[in-house]
Each structure stands twice: as structure tokens, then as C-alpha cells.
Design a protein around this ligand. Structure first.
Ligand code: NAP
Length: 282
């Protein structure tokens, strides 16, 4: 039986810490505030926004939503970003992506002030990570993976970590975070040969390919701690599931995160932690 590495206790610990820090700042007359910059009204964005706003309420953080029409121009978008960058009362900006095609994604990424870039969007924030400079914000999901492992007492030094994903939102930044922790990292992808033999031999396996229950028992061994980042619609209907076939992996591995209730639960608290961390940077 594997240890189930639930996200809620991790998120709750971060939440408690944030509540205390926000209260301390309030006593000094600083009110922590996040701004969301949204274009149009994609259902995914709206549901993410609702979750972020609810979490803000729960920890006493102020929030502001700037919603631009779907057909706004690049100039309008960049002007909205600039006004949030320049607003001393805003400590972090979450800019939803993807953007409509009339807005150049890299111009948008360049436009966010690095010190308010809570989701590691600006290439300057990204490059800090690759220079092992941890003074900026890492992307929230990779940071959530590390936060879970640390919360449950894992010493990452010297551990063999296999990450199945090489994207810029997950695998690449996460590999830098693990290297910072002195882990030995292997990054796998769709061209990796004999993936099951690579994952089976790892101490820690991070699955993030976006395919429901792709990782069956042949990918796992009793050595593995599995961090499942995948979020997939259940093939049989209602609800979500991970990339690991939880029911078949759980009797084999030593520990595993559930989906739902694992990495995603922690990711949203990390985002708000970045806002509070940002106060000290401004
Ligand atoms: P992505 O850009 O599509 O990247 C998928 C990665 O998986 C690529 O590196 C791809 O390899 C690799 N891959 C695909 N099929 C594979 C296979 N059969 N064997 C080995 N590797 C394979 O996706 P993403 O944006 O990084 O997101 C990945 C997953 O994470 C999604 O399920 C997403 O929902 C989830 N996610 C979760 C959170 C959270 O908070 N929990 C946040 C963000 C994303 P190639 O590079 O060779 O194509």
C-alpha cells in the first residue's frame, strides 16, 4: 500500500503561513493584492479566476480583475498590463493565456514586470531559474511538485528523478528546481526509448503527459514515489483523473499523489504565495 501524498495538507500549511504574513503586512499598512488580466471569457479562464478569487477571500488577500474584450488590440492589452505594472497597490499579476491571435504572445510575456510575474511568464523570470537564481518565481505547477515532496519530508539530494514531460510549463523548469535540490534528473518525452525501464528505476517519477491513466503497472516499481501532474477528463465520463493508472499503480509504488486532490490543489496556493513574496521585492 502506497502512502497517499494528498495536496490538501500541503495547501493548508501554505495557506496558514500566508494568512499570518498577510495579517503582518496589514499591520504595516500594506494590503496584499493580486490582479488578474483576462481577455474574453473562456470557460477555463473563468473557472480558474473563480478559484483564485475564492482563495484570495479565504486568506484575506485583495484582488482585482481586468477583463478586456476578446477583440481588444495588442496596444490595449499592453496598456492594461502597464497600468497594473505601475500600480503600487498591485503586488502580483496573473495574465491568462492563451491570448487571441491579434496579441503577440511574446510581446505580452515581455510586458509583465518581472517582480510582479507570479506565474513565470516573462522570459527574464524564466531565465533566472536556468541560472539557478531562485530570486524570481518558478512556474506554479513545478513548484507545487517540490512543495509536496518537501512537505512529506523527502530529502531530494542525490535522488534519481524522472520527469516525463519536457514542456516549458512543467518538465524544463521542474528539472531546474530538482537540480537546485541536488537531485539527479532525467527528462523524458515522446521519443524516449523504453520508458517503463526508465521510470521503474527512479526514486521519484513525475508524470505530466496529459493522457488519462497512461502509466499502467509496467511503469512502476516499489522504489517509486509518483507525482502525477496530469489532469485529464475521465474516459468513462464525469470527473478528472491523472496520467497514472492510480488503482493499478498504488499497490506497487511507495507513494503517489492522487488526482484530483494532489498537485492541482497545491498549485493555486503557490500562486498566491508568489504575490505575498512579491511584496518584499517591490
Ligand atoms: P504539453 O506541452 O502537451 O507536454 C506534454 C509532454 O508530454 C511533452 O513533453 C510530450 O513529449 C510528452 N509526452 C506526450 N506523450 C508522451 C508519451 N506517450 N510518452 C512520453 N512522453 C510523452 O503539456 P503540458 O502543458 O506540459 O501539460 C502536461 C499535463 O500537465 C496536462 O495533463 C496538463 O493538464 C497538466 N497540467 C497540470 C497542472 C496542475 O496544476 N496539476 C498544471 C499545468 C498542466 P514531446 O515533447 O516529445 O511532445
Amino acid at each position: 500500500m502506497a502512502e497517499i501524498l494528498k495536496g490538501k495538507p500541503v495547501a493548508d500549511a501554505i495557506k496558514e503561513d500566508l494568512i499570518a504574513k498577510i495579517a503582518e503586512y496589514k499591520e504595516k499598512g500594506i494590503v496584499a493584492k493580486v490582479a488578474i488580466l483576462r481577455v474574453g471569457a473562456r470557460p477555463d479562464d473563468l473557472s480558474y479566476e473563480t478559484r483564485v478569487l475564492k482563495n484570495c477571500d479565504a486568506i484575506g488577500m485583495e484582488s482585482q480583475v481586468v477583463a478586456l474584450p476578446e477583440d481588444c488590440t495588442q496596444e490595449e492589452y499592453l496598456a492594461a498590463m502597464k497600468s497594473l505594472n505601475d500600480d503600487p497597490l498591485v503586488h502580483g499579476i496573473l495574465a491568462f493565456r492563451p491570448l487571441p491571435k491579434q496579441i503577440d504572445a511574446s510581446a505580452a510575456a515581455d510586458a509583465i514586470a518581472p517582480e510582479k510575474d507570479i506565474d513565470c511568464m516573462n522570459p527574464k523570470t524564466v531565465s533566472k531559474l536556468f541560472f539557478d537564481d531562485m530570486s524570481g518565481n518558478a512556474p506554479c505547477t513545478p513548484e507545487a511538485c517540490i512543495a509536496i515532496l518537501k512537505h512529506y519530508g523527502y530529502d531530494l539530494k542525490g535522488k534519481n528523478v524522472v520527469i516525463v514531460n519536457r514542456s516549458m510549463v512543467l518538465g524544463r523548469p521542474l528539472s531546474m528546481l530538482f537540480l537546485h535540490e541536488h537531485s539527479t534528473v532525467t527528462v523524458c518525452h515522446s521519443r524516449t526509448k523504453d520508458l517503463p525501464s526508465v521510470t521503474r528505476n527512479a526514486d521519484i517519477v513525475v508524470t505530466g503527459i496529459g493522457r488519462a491513466r497512461f502509466f499502467g503497472p509496467e511503469y512502476f516499481s516499489e522504489k517509486n514515489t509518483v507525482i502525477d501532474v496530469g489532469i485529464n477528463a475521465k474516459p468513462e465520463g464525469d470527473g478528472i483523473c491523472g496520467d497514472a493508472d492510480f488503482d493499478k499503480a498504488e499497490p506497487i509504488v511507495s507513494a503517489i499523489t492522487p488526482v484530483p486532490g494532489g498537485v492541482g490543489t497545491v498549485t493555486s496556493m503557490i500562486l498566491l504565495r508568489h504575490v505575498v513574496d512579491g511584496i518584499a521585492r517591490l
